[in-house]
Write a protein that binds this ligand. Sequence first.
Ligand SMILES: O=c1ccn([C@@H]2O[C@H](COP(=O)(O)OP(=O)(O)O[C@H]3O[C@H](CO)[C@@H](O)[C@H](O)[C@H]3O)[C@@H](O)[C@H]2O)c(=O)[nH]1
Length: 375
Amino acid sequence: DCFHLCRAACASSSESQRGCRTALRAAMAGEGGAKHILCTGGAGYIGSHTVVHLLKAGYRVSILDNLSNASLKVKERLKQITGEDVPLFTTDTIDTDALLKLFKEQKFDGVIHYAALKAVGESVAMPLEYYTNNVSGTLTLLKVMREAGCKVLVFSSSATVYAPKETPLTEQDALGPSNPYGWTKFMIEQILQDLYKSDPSWKISILRYFNPVGAHPSGRIGESPSQPNNLLPYIQQVAVGRRPQLSVFGNDYNTPDGTGVRDYLHVEDLAEGHIAALTKLFQGDPCCITHNLGTGKGVSVLEMVDSFEKASGVKIPYKIEARRAGDLATVVADPSKANKELNWTAKRTIQEACANAWKWQSTNPYGYEDAPPQK
Ligand SMILES: O=c1ccn([C@@H]2O[C@H](COP(=O)(O)OP(=O)(O)O[C@H]3O[C@H](CO)[C@@H](O)[C@H](O)[C@H]3O)[C@@H](O)[C@H]2O)c(=O)[nH]1
């Protein structure tokens, strides 16, 4: 079919990729036109990687991002990767009038909603900001989507909605977040279920991600936290000399090497999971359906350090410290529902994730920011 022919014809230059996408969109036009997707939070870590894959799959894309935790530089990096100048609107999701205007002007066919505050510790200190931004922002977006008749939504949820448990987690497992950030995701999931019950013409996909890692293989986009909380970004910053050493939070857990075990998922696989979910919504009946996106495999902190050292050739000094409050020994997904229903599987390895993360970090040691002045 056209899609596979186009893919086969795709060379690596962005010029020919653009030609390929034009052909793909022309083919989609025969089926009612290339769908126009709005990615809220599309300049962020996961959003920016998804934009690349949406374009590759023949979608038209616009980004909505208030740049509170993202850089305008992402726009030029996306152009370098894809050859396309993706429109970026800096509207806030809680600004109803601006959103209404945007939806009137642009005619979106669907939305992937990433825009949110996401730091667990910060959410404990600033719950009102988190509930306002994440929950109220989503309510505004949903009301505007309803008003505009745009009722296709992929929502960025998190494994953090589950109640603490140490076996592979299925979508049926008990929910119960342990911090305000997690509660905002939990509440939005509930709002989406209620919305669908009230109006079953919506098509809604809720994706619960486990631990996204890695970067685009080009090294042009990646995760860029100024203060990293998560394991791999911290290791990356130790590797480029921004931090002296890694603190390993506990080595007395009931795991093979005593350190915490998580389900690390390459951000490129995660991006493809969104394309699979979105495409399924467009092809299928109205629904409100939830899927875990993870690998199903656990990796310990020390295994991650070892993989990163091998991928980068850089030694990561670390020190064993006390357990971090609230951490569990093991959190791993059961991804079989997504494997089956979305025909999606996480394919990339931890080694690939480390190699890609290193390419990004070593060529952009301060992420999208300029290096601080020398003392
Ligand atoms: O400097 C560090 C950072 C982390 N860890 C350990 O590394 C593992 C992973 O930690 P982290 O990368 O912080 O991920 P999680 O604690 O699993 O939390 C992530 O994954 C959750 C979903 O599973 C989301 O809710 C959170 O937002 C997201 O930060 C854990 O065992 C931590 O104890 C360290 O030893 N040192």
